[in-house]
Design a protein. Structure first.
Length: 437
């Protein structure tokens, strides 16, 4: 625990230093002929297998934008475990980038800070209008009834990826459609140093995504209609316990996964140590780790029974990345041009195709790339059985408090401590108390 506390303090200090040294946007006035700044700073989220891969993917596109507009973009790719803290520090200090990527689940929380540019009709019209975007993607851009705090950039849903050879070796003929089938398949595989399912037990965001989808299947929303947290409802407790039990009871997740938080579960999958993983868009990472498309299959995330999309059969949170603009940018015209560029039909096709995500811009979905085995499952899940996380101002605290509770429960399971309904509820009581403070 002391080591963990030290790591948190170090990470926070690093984020504060980075925010303090960052420029507030539009750093080089003059040079464009109209007195407007000729640079933008852009914080991109880590979408590919690693930060360097993202730089190689985005670099040529930013050069293309510079050739078109004369505006140079200074890029920083930020890993997911660091991104929210970096953004929150920037909203507090007022010293952040001009343009940034945010998880769509953070839209309402960051909207409440007042730091992000509202995308009212004027700003939306400057990038082609709201009708270009999928309505469900726009639902995850802030509180209903308010101008969006961000614009959809990459749309995602979770899928179940499985190793075909490992399934064949275990005599499993098809991917599981229900959780009982997943556990049964995992137990057949989990032996001789191999494991059935991978998890990122140390990553708060991923923990929340899994707990939320399972919660919907148990009839829990984690918040009531007034926005009050209901983390200790029977459905919420059952959902979290089911997820932890994959390690604690079913023994299909390796204990070491409790510490994973940097996509290690994907590397275990690619190297044949783990047969299944729940992920949003993994094709790029698998390819980078040497897997061929024929090595793995993809299926909808399991449900309690039946098929996804029937009744209350949610099987994924509606995931995605939005692009936002800091309101204090000194280059608003340039920032809007950059958002328009990144959400253009051509860039949407190229970038979403590269990352394996789904374009939130309707016209870009016509590309055949979005009808592959993996992207087809993601696209159909988004349309049929994905549900957005609550768009409330406290959503980021929800991720932190409940995500930490799940992380701590994974640590308990990895250490061999009993994980009971009572112990799960105790962790969630603590999380709920943190929220109500």
């Amino acid at each position: 625990m002391r080591i963990l506390r030290a790591a948190i303090v170090t990470a926070t200090a690093t984020a504060l230093a980075a925010a303090a040294s960052g420029c507030g946007g539009g750093t080089s006035p003059g040079g464009a002929g109209d007195g407007s700044p000729t640079t933008l700073t852009y914080w991109a989220s880590n979408q590919g297998p690693n930060v360097e891969a993202d730089k190689k993917i985005l670099g040529p596109e930013l050069k293309k934008f510079e050739r078109q507009t004369g505006i140079k973009v200074k890029l920083e790719v930020i890993p997911w475990p660091d991104l929210l803290n970096r953004i929150l520090t920037a909203t507090t200090s007022g010293q952040g980038p001009d343009v940034l990527n945010i998880g769509n689940t953070w839209s309402a929380s960051l909207q409440a800070t007042g730091a992000l540019l509202p995308w009212d009709k004027e700003n939306l019209d400057a990038i082609g209008g709201r009708d270009r975007f999928l309505a469900p993607a726009l639902d995850a851009t802030g509180v209903a009834g308010k101008a969006p705090a961000a614009i959809p950039l990459y749309s995602l849903a979770y899928a179940l990826y499985y190793n075909k050879q490992m399934f064949k070796d275990a005599g499993i003929s098809k991917p599981p459609a229900t959780w009982d089938e997943l556990v049964a398949a995992g137990k057949r595989i989990a032996k001789n140093g191999k494991w059935g399912l991978g998890a990122e037990g140390g990553q708060l965001t991923n923990n929340i995504h899994q707990a939320f989808a399972l919660g919907k299947q148990h009839g829990a929303d984690f918040f009531d209609r007034s926005g009050k947290p209901t983390f200790t409802s029977d459905g919420a407790v059952a959902a979290v316990k089911q997820y932890i039990d994959f390690m604690a009871k079913d023994k299909i997740i390796a204990p070491g996964n409790a510490e994973y938080g940097q996509n290690q579960s994907l590397r275990d999958f690619a190297t044949g140590r783990t047969a299944m993983v729940l992920w949003q868009a993994a094709a790029t990472t698998f390819a980078a780790d040497g897997m061929k498309p024929d090595d793995w299959g993809v299926a909808p995330v399991p449900v309690p029974s039946g098929t996804p999309g029937t009744g209350r059969q949610t099987n994924s949170m509606l995931a995605g990345i939005n692009i936002a603009v800091f309101k204090n940018t000194r280059n608003l015209p340039g920032a809007r041009k950059f958002v328009k560029f990144m959400t253009s039909d051509s860039e949407q096709r190229l970038l979403n195709k590269t990352y394996g995500s789904i374009p939130p811009v309707t016209a870009a979905q016509q590309d055949p790339a979005f009808n592959r085995q993996d992207t087809k499952v993601l696209r159909e899940t988004l349309a049929r059985s994905a549900t957005p996380l609550p768009q409330i101002a406290e959503e980021s605290q929800f991720e932190t408090s409940v995500g930490t509770a799940v992380k701590d429960l994974f640590a308990d399971a990895a250490a061999g401590h009993p994980v009971t309904t009572a112990s799960v509820k105790a962790r969630l009581v603590k999380a709920e108390q943190q929220m109500t403070k």
